[in-house]
Design a protein around this ligand. Structure first.
Ligand code: 13P
Ligand code: SF4
Length: 351
């Protein structure tokens, strides 16, 4: 008899499922109403069982929704953390719950593993803002100037680069090169933020994140008026007028760590919406105030698609081996540099 395909419609919320997922629910009860749990729990139980059967690990970015982040992920983190974990895991299969460049990075670092992404249409406006040909043209215009590439790019772009960086180590990576000038691609706002913290001159590209570029400094000033004393944290992909209004700027993981260390009473996280939900589940004493913007690409990943992808063993992420070898050099150089010692306060802000 053919194996039954498991879907939401044939997975009931039984007493056994309730028991298996009770501890998980206790972690998210602050952000997921109890009436919603029967919708998620059967999928969570089925995914966790399949994961064990297939010797698979699930890596989830900090922007994944709480039922994924707390329900099924074996490792959660920012782009740098996902790359580090992906390079080190002993599992046969990696399911990357995030966007396509993150899954490609995992495949480049672990070429012998099967890397799956639950929805291969999960793109990124930064990754689609620049091509390998664009990088070759930049290098021809600035001969001998090293190329520092944000990981939010395709494998082809990484392959044209000297070294990669993430928002967790961009300043450290730029400074590590010991040069006066670098080509920094593709995020102009991250680039301007890095330029404010280094003596190295940055030649920038005009890419931007469609989620973070929508915030404005005025929005933050209005929030401060409505919530006096609020602690404002922002991702460095935001425009400069937003970062100038923030108290703290850092990668997604750096922001989580900052909440854990500083325990502000009221926080605005100027980034993707699911971040605040995930952090609020961990710190129920901290009050999280919107605004936030949704990343439509990150939100393509759902429990239903994770279940389908684990059962079918696809979509599989493949990278042309000739491209992957060159891209891996740029990623390995970044991994050797590691994380910024302490992501700092905002340019005009307090830490
Ligand atoms: P982090 O590396 O800070 O998690 O950011 C990734 C990203 O896509 C932000 O929009
Ligand atoms: Fe890309 Fe922005 Fe979405 Fe991050 S939030 S994946 S940078 S579009």
């Amino acid at each position: 008899m053919p194996e039954q395909i498991l879907t939401r419609s044939n997975l009931p919320f039984t007493a056994d499922v309730e028991r298996q997922t009770r501890a998980i629910y206790e972690r998210v009860r602050h952000v997921i109403p109890e009436v919603e749990w029967p919708v998620h729990a059967p999928l969570i139980a089925a995914i966790n069982e399949l994961k064990r059967d297939r010797n698979a690990v699930i890596l989830a970015h900090n922007y994944q929704t709480p039922e994924i982040f707390y329900g099924v992920a074996d490792y959660t983190g920012d782009s740098l953390g996902l790359a580090q974990f992906g390079a080190a895991t002993g599992a046969d299969t990696i399911v990357l719950c995030g966007v396509h460049f993150m899954a490609e990075t995992a495949k480049i670092l672990s070429p012998d593993k099967t890397v799956l992404i639950p929805d291969e249409r999960a793109g990124c406006s930064l990754a689609s803002s620049i091509t390998g040909a664009d990088v070759r043209a930049l290098k021809a215009r600035h001969p001998g100037v090293p190329v520092v590439t944000y990981v939010n790019t395709t494998a082809e772009v990484k392959a044209e680069s000297d070294i990669c960086c993430t928002s967790a180590n961009a300043v450290k990576v730029v400074d590590s090169l010991g040069v006066d000038e670098v080509i920094f691609i593709p995020d102009q706002f991250l680039g301007r933020h890095v330029a404010s913290r280094t003596k190295v001159r940055l030649i920038l590209w005009e890419g931007a994140c469609e989620v973070h570029e929508r915030f404005s400094g005025q929005e933050l000033r209005d929030f401060r008026q409505q919530h006096p004393g609020i602690h404002v944290m922002a991702h460095p992909e935001c425009p400069p007028d937003v970062l100038a209004e923030a108290d703290y700027v850092g990668s997604t993981t750096a922001m989580i760590q900052h909440v854990a260390d500083a325990r502000p009473r009221e926080v605005a996280m100027i980034t993707e919406c699911s971040m605040a939900g995930n952090v609020a589940a961990e710190f129920p004493d901290v009050r999280f105030i919107q605004p936030c913007n949704l990343c439509p690409h990150m939100k393509r990943i759902t429990l239903d698609k994770i279940l389908a992808c684990l059962q079918a063993g696809r979509p599989v992420v493949e990278v042309d081996p000739a491209v992957a070898v060159r891209a891996k050099q740029a990623l390995d150089r970044m991994l050797a540099v590691g994380r910024d010692a302490k992501p700092g306060p905002a340019p005009g802000g307090i830490d």
